[in-house]
Design a protein around this ligand. Structure first.
Ligand code: 4FN
Length: 247
């Protein structure tokens, strides 16, 4: 898998992806990451990447020519027949785990990060295959969204996570919020650890955790539960949880 990011702030991408799981995957060449600065593809002496919007109004718009040339360079430098160009923008479809699981198999993703008020729409129409959004809030540029995609897709590549983390990823609790986590001290200033977790009874622990995951999902993210089929055992655990909350 390789990522090519078109951005006016390449250091932001290299620095942001250079740590932890993504940093290791890049160092091991499991993923490729390159950045392409539209400013390097300008042809005027001021290296202009933006201009005033036709029709007037506030702010500036990214000119399409430096973007077109940056994408073309990314394409011809790392040539993959199967390549998708994605504009990260608030107009896009919201990024979900489902979307990321679909695109993990694409060998080359070219991610375009906007700045200012956005980019000339002719670039989006002519060169972009898709538009993806982090969510409904105002941010200053698409770089953070590109980093989210790079991080979340890299974690899906076989061998990137340790055995423990991969097992967790495709566990039966998929689509639920996490159960609560505890570590030492067993008892301290902030209270005590639920006794079941100290019992050594792994069946009881698994079922307590499943109950917590189901209950928290029901209370905080009912939308996630609606999309999930529960087993009879899970239904029973959830009912227990909700009864205990009431009591
Ligand atoms: N944002 C909204 C409405 C109108 C504008 C914005 C906004 C960065 C270039 C786009 C935003 C959100 C999620 C990229 C937001 C994303 C961006 C993203 C983004 C500079 C123009 C801009 C109604 C969503 C609040 C600025 C709503 N995911 N404009 O943020 O690029 O990827």
């Amino acid at each position: 898998m390789r990522f090519d990011v078109i951005t006016l702030f390449p250091e932001m991408i290299l620095e942001g992806a250079g740590h932890g799981v993504t940093g290791n995957a890049i160092a091991q060449n499991v993923v490729g990451l390159s950045v392409w600065n539209p400013r390097d593809y300008t042809q005027d002496k001021h290296r202009t990447v933006d201009d005033r919007p036709y029709g007037g109004g506030p702010g500036m718009v990214m000119k399409y020519q430096p973007l077109v040339d940056a994408v073309e360079d990314a394409r011809k430098t790392h040539c993959h027949a199967d390549c998708k160009v994605v504009y990260l923008s608030p107009q896009g479809k919201q990024i979900t785990q489902e979307l990321l699981e679909e695109v993990r198999h694409i060998p080359q993703l070219i991610l375009v990060a906007g700045r200012y008020e956005g980019i000339d729409e002719r670039f989006v129409d002519a060169l972009c295959d898709d538009e993806w959004s982090l969510g409904d809030y105002v941010i200053s540029g698409g770089e953070l969204a590109a980093l989210v995609v790079i991080d979340a897709v890299t974690r899906l590549i076989p061998g990137v996570l340790g055995d423990d983390d991969s097992a967790k990823q495709d566990s039966y609790a998929e689509g639920l919020l996490d159960y609560p986590h505890f570590t030492r001290p067993e008892q301290g200033q902030l209270g005590q650890v639920p006794s079941v977790l100290l019992s050594g009874n792994h069946q009881a622990i698994d079922s307590w955790r499943m109950k917590q995951a189901l209950g928290r999902t029901a209370l905080r993210r009912p939308d996630l539960l609606e999309r999930k089929e529960l087993t009879a055992e899970q239904e029973a655990l959830l009912e227990e949880f909700l009864n205990e909350v009431q009591a």
